[in-house]
Design a protein around this ligand. Structure first.
Ligand SMILES: [Zn+2]
Length: 225
């Protein structure tokens, strides 16, 4: 794969998006930063892991009623699999579909590893990590723009993160399966608020110990125009 086309900021978003259509949004998320947008029903969000092995923590809410939000449990139970990939329907607690994974170049994304926080970092890695910026702080900062607070934060999706489960049930957070330029694409089934933390974690391999930017491209299929 020629990764230069993906990592070059000037590369044509239309060519990079996994689903053809008019480009209605093309934004970069800085390393360690938050991001959010409403993806309209029928539009497709392509997330590009520009430099590889970058965990993108993600929560979904119905834009019209943010009490309807992503449920890892409902999603896992419905598809009878703990990993997210092409065909996965990302559901609310009610079972209602919020988004569907329509294309995926990695094959395995996590939804059980959770989001890092200052508290969890301190517990896992020691007091010296308390002041490190973390995903929960990103979610709170960005979520406040939409009226969301800490009680709105639920178990999240970790795009591009590799969390294998051993036969004995043990979880690992290990080196990622992603690589520079790998993409995943999500179609909104209804107008969906996508809340993202481009994970700042540097104490485990989820970001290759080096957080990097990602790119968000939303396309609108031509038939919908
Ligand atoms: Zn994180």
């Amino acid at each position: 794969m020629n990764t230069a086309v993906y990592t070059n900021p000037a590369a044509d978003a239309r060519a990079i998006a996994l689903t053809a259509g008019e480009v209605v949004l093309d934004e970069f998320v800085e390393a360690r930063g938050p991001w959010s947008a409403v993806v309209s029903a029928g539009d497709v969000l392509t997330i590009v892991d520009l430099e590889g092995n970058q965990a993108v923590d993600c929560l979904l809410y119905a834009a019209g009623d943010t009490s309807v939000r992503y449920s890892a449990a409902a999603t896992i139970a419905s598809q009878q699999s703990i990993v997210l990939t092409t065909g996965s329907v990302l559901r609310a607690e009610t079972g209602a579909p919020l988004m569907t994974v329509v294309a995926d170049e990695v094959g395995v994304h996590d939804t059980i590893g959770g989001a890092c926080s200052q508290e969890s970092n301190t517990l896992r890695y020691g007091q010296h990590t308390r002041e490190q910026h973390a995903c929960v702080e990103n979610f709170l900062i960005e979520g406040s723009r939409w009226g969301l607070g800490k009680r709105d934060l639920v178990s999240n999706i970790n795009w591009f993160m590799n969390v294998p489960v051993d036969p004995d049930g043990a979880l690992g957070i290990v080196d990622g399966l992603s690589a520079p330029g790998k993409r995943v694409a999500l179609r909104a089934e209804l107008d969906t608020l996508v809340l993202v933390s481009n994970c700042p974690q540097i104490n485990n391999p989820c970001n290759g110990f080096n957080p990097t930017p990602v790119r968000m491209i939303v396309t609108r299929p031509e038939a919908a125009l």
